[in-house]
Design a protein around this ligand. Structure first.
Ligand code: PBG
Length: 331
């Protein structure tokens, strides 16, 4: 090959686009914005002060009044929404506190809507596990199996109760077959056509949910492997998402996020509704623990994790760092 003496290196240099912060910002393919972030919040019955969750440093179980302050801040920062979880004082086999209009989650929905109005999308977890004494996401058969179809009836009642309390969007997260269709039908029959459904579609039986069990005071023995998905299966995650879209889901979600970025991408490519991803309690705890030990640079690691979830295809990200990240982005 003839060599040109003036060429001392390659002419095509991708590094040129990395020269300055302004240039890198201009050509960035992905962004993280406050409007895309949803803050999960826990509200606990019968406490007079917020309670720290030791496995999730910085995250609290809220009182009804501290919850109001948290959602006001979320609205001021321009977050996309909040996802509410209730921690009741008493639990029973049927999870009846989930349906009771005076149940903590239903009361909190009304409080939050009164506080923020339309400034935030107010979402609620639609699942029985926070309310059952056995900790499963559904009601049990006499021999202890999770009864899919009896659970669907409870979800329908829960959807009506949450809609009546004023919720904008319900998040069925129990992985019962047919849950989206049943919830949609229950909402429509009660004239809540405008309440939307964020379906936890591809939800895996994950060890990364560990700290959440402390957050909601879960009494679960055993595991959820007969209803949540096997970590080995990505194609099945796409199948679940397509079924949920066919049943009327307005958004579909993949959960956890970081260990399932391939599933996020495959679902994003397969559906034409917005895709959410949930950066779960264990993802939060892992990074906070490493940062607390000085093993990782906390803020860049948080932002990188969220950028990666967005790059994989998530339109919306549920993250316990939502408020903090919105503040970081604004500065
Ligand atoms: C079920 C539910 C769970 C989470 C959100 N909704 C727990 C589970 O399925 O075991 C986990 C969220 C997290 O770990 O941050 N109501």
């Amino acid at each position: 090959m003839e060599t040109n003496p003036e060429v001392t290196g390659p002419t095509i240099r991708p590094r040129r686009l990395r020269t300055t912060p302004a240039l890198r910002r201009m050509v960035a393919e992905t962004s993280v914005e406050a409007r895309q972030l949803v803050l999960p919040l826990f509200v606990r019955e019968d406490i007079s002060e917020p309670v720290a969750i030791s496995s999730m440093p910085g995250v609290l179980q809220h009182t009804r009044s501290s919850l109001r302050a948290a959602v006001t801040e979320a609205a001021e920062l321009g977050l996309g929404g909040v996802m509410l979880f209730g921690v009741p004082a008493t639990k029973d086999a049927e999870g009846s506190g989930a349906i009771d209009p005076q149940g903590i989650l239903n009361l909190a929905i009304t409080d939050v809507v009164a506080e923020v109005g339309d400034a935030l999308t107010v979402m609620s977890d639609l699942c029985l596990d926070e309310f059952t004494d056995h900790g499963h996401c559904g009601v049990l058969t006499p021999d202890g199996q999770v009864d899919n179809d009896r659970t669907l009836a409870a979800y329908a009642a829960m959807a009506r109760a949450q809609a009546h309390a004023g919720v904008d969007m319900v998040g069925p997260s129990g992985m019962m077959d047919g849950q989206v269709a049943v919830v949609r039908a229950a909402l429509d029959a009660a004239e809540y056509q405008d309440v939307s459904v964020l379906a936890y579609s591809a939800k895996y039986a994950s060890a990364f949910f560990g700290p959440f069990r402390e957050a909601v005071g879960s009494s679960l023995q055993g595991d959820r492997r007969t209803y949540q998905q096997d970590a080995a299966n990505a194609r099945e995650g796409v199948r679940e998402a397509l079924l949920d879209v066919a049943e009327g889901a307005d958004l579909v979600m993949v959960k956890p996020a970081m260990a399932y970025l391939d599933v996020v991408r495959r679902v994003r490519d397969a559906v034409d509704v917005p895709v959410a991803a949930y950066q779960v309690s264990g993802e939060y705890a892992m990074l906070e623990a490493a940062a607390a030990n000085g093993w990782i640079d906390r803020e860049p690691a948080i932002l990188e994790s969220l950028t990666s979830i967005r790059r994989a295809g998530a339109d919306v990200v549920l993250t316990y760092w939502a408020t903090e990240v919105a503040r970081l982005l604004a500065r």
